[in-house]
Design a protein around this ligand. Structure first.
Ligand code: SF4
Ligand code: SF4
Length: 258
């Protein structure tokens, strides 16, 4: 068995540590506490975290998902048991069917109650999420959902189908591209690519990386900027870059010319 490149060992260590810390952090990602806060007109910790995810995506895309997401850590720990690729074309939409009504409910509740304050620890007994056994069933249910989807749907199945956080970052990345802002992105040199597909074999989001390379557009809503494809490519066809994505620049210039 070959050892993963150092960057990927670091990345996997970070997301596994994040998963180990999940009993402490789980309520800051809660899709329920944000609703309870909205009912009371309070911005709960989860609301602030989701806002930070949106803002981070303006410059880092979905790097949160690839590098520090606790749910990502649990799912990647499942890879030895289930590494089947996911046909994202169908499953990727499921999370939006959940997210849109959920977000609509939150916005509606805030329009009814207003925003009277910010309480990062709203409805929490302590800053540590699992501070009493009564809260263990919540933790077990959430981790079971992530675990079951990772094992049944395939690689990072929860990210594709049910993650309520991913759409915040997809929205942030889209807004960043619309402006356009300088951002972290994948750069490809199609001339170096021999379509060996080593990159795709390593992609935790099951993306068709060589097709993205050949089309000259490395943007994909499901790309979590994990860098696995970069580290898998023996031809150095792929790399990280930071700035206004040349594809967006070209579009912008085209629109100005019109
Ligand atoms: S690993 Fe590199 S050379 Fe192989 S298909 Fe991917 S980008 Fe092309
Ligand atoms: S395309 Fe590359 S950076 Fe994006 S998710 Fe796949 S392996 Fe990670």
């Amino acid at each position: 068995m070959t050892m993963a490149p150092r960057r990927q060992r670091l990345r996997r260590s970070l997301i596994i540590i994040s998963f180990i810390l999940f009993p402490i952090t789980i309520f800051y990602f809660s899709p329920v506490l944000i609703i309870m806060g909205a009912t009371a007109g309070v911005l709960a910790g989860a609301a602030i975290v989701f806002l930070c995810q949106f803002l981070s995506a303006l410059i880092l895309g979905r790097a949160f998902c690839g590098w520090i997401c606790p749910a990502g850590g649990l799912q990647e720990a499942c890879f030895p048991a289930q590494a089947r690729r996911v046909n994202g074309k169908k499953s990727d939409w499921i999370k939006y069917l959940i997210w849109v009504p959920w977000m609509g409910t939150i916005i509606y509740l805030f329009t009814q109650s207003g925003i009277h304050g910010v309480d990062f620890f709203f409805m929490m007994e302590s800053p540590i999420s699992l501070s009493s056994p009564a809260q263990y069933p919540i933790y077990i249910s959430v981790t079971a959902l992530i675990f079951v989807l990772a094992l049944t749907v395939g690689r990072r199945g929860f990210c594709h189908t049910a993650c309520w956080m991913a759409p915040f970052m997809v929205a942030g990345a889209k807004f960043s591209r619309f402006l356009p802002l300088p951002t972290l992105y994948l750069r490809a040199d199609a001339d170096k690519c021999v379509e060996c597909r080593d990159c795709t074999a390593q992609c935790p989001m099951s993306l068709d990386v060589p097709a993205m390379v050949q089309h000259g557009n490395m943007h994909n809503n499901e790309c979590i900027l994990c860098g696995s494809c970069i580290d898998a490519c023996q031809r150095q066809s792929l790399s990280y870059a930071f700035g206004v994505n040349p594809v967006e620049k070209a579009k912008d210039a085209h629109l100005r010319e019109k």
